[in-house]
Design a protein around this ligand. Sequence first.
Ligand code: HAM
Length: 403
Amino acid sequence: MALMSFQPPKGTDDILAPESQLWRRILKLWEEMSARYGYPLMLLPVFESTELFARGVGETTDVVTKQMYSFPDKSGRSLSLRPEGTAGAVRAYLNRGGQAVFKGAYSGPMFRYEQPQAGRRRQFYQVGVEYMGVSSSEADIEVIELGWRFVAAAGVDAELRLNNLGDAECRPGYLADLRAYLNERRTELPDSMASMIDANPLRILDSGPEAVAASAPRFEDYWCRPCRDHHDAVLAALDSLGIPYISDHTLVRGLDYYTRTAWEYIGLGLKGAQNAVGGGGRYDDLAETLGGKPAPGLGFALGVDRIAAVSTLDPDPEIEVFVVSETGPKEALHAASRLRGEGVGVDFDAEARSVKAQLRTAGRRGVPHLMIVRGDDIVEVRSGGERRQMPLREVASWIRGSS
Ligand code: HAM
């Protein structure tokens, strides 16, 4: 039989230790910080009806036209692996009856059929929040701040870029003038972009030639009063909280549902077009677009693959102690069992290998403590340069005291 390939599918990765120990650290931090801001965990399907994304994310977006993993199930329903988490979260919110205020945090894999490269995968991992039912600028600030603080706590040097994409009131006037302008500069656009002038002119601002974007009409000259007030309030609050930002009038997002505030966290260590570690914004019309009762909403998602690529955090090894036995694995197992029962992370070598080999394994695992067992109740604990003899029953509290 021919050998099958053990490579994961194109554009996907096996994330194993030690790399996964950094992921563990990042994901633990996410769990802790999203809870601190009052976002309960939401666990949502990894696939949804294709129509949800077509309506929610937008029929003309690259995500929907080119990048969806869509398939019929055995009953002929068209389903798609989720390319992002917002449409599913708003669906779940509407399915609950669209209660007044709803907050939820998520974390999990997303799928987009993209041309793979560094920072652009076909399966990638996002963490994010969605906040429904609140239109005030304080909600924007809470959400922007959570993402900002999380990115910093995850050991990533980033800058916040921010724009306001208007709303149903002022956007049509802006788009009409933007289309007229793009038509005038049509010859400077690549052929592949000509059809975007009608379908999705905003995208030309961030993916078209810089010279065309630089002198394009600016949204800020078209904002209606409520959009302008909202934007001013967001900027004033960012200033008062000391969160630095860059106003970027060419910032648009790849998904169609955004209204008003839209932002990205740009990783300073990441290069090229794949430098956003995350992005988000308001989507005040999305609930209605999906056929639900109108409800404002906003949120963001961060790409954990990209965060892990530039994070300066130390990995989080799962264990604190490696047991090395001079008398064989049975004694190591008993000592490990006792410490694990007392809440300490422990591992040992279950093969009867030499002490030297056990020490080598411990070294590879990067554990802070070694415990040598020799067939009696007194064990030796080694931490850094220090060696101490103590009864096994005292080891757990000693380790707790030393960490
Ligand atoms: P997005 O900008 O499409 O927004 O994705 C957010 C982040 O996910 C990106 O900044 C990037 O770090 C990561 N990401 C996206 N595509 C890939 C890929 N192919 N490979 C690796 N990483 C990727 C959204 O998904 C919105 N749902 C965010 C949001 C939530 N807006 C409101 N609420």
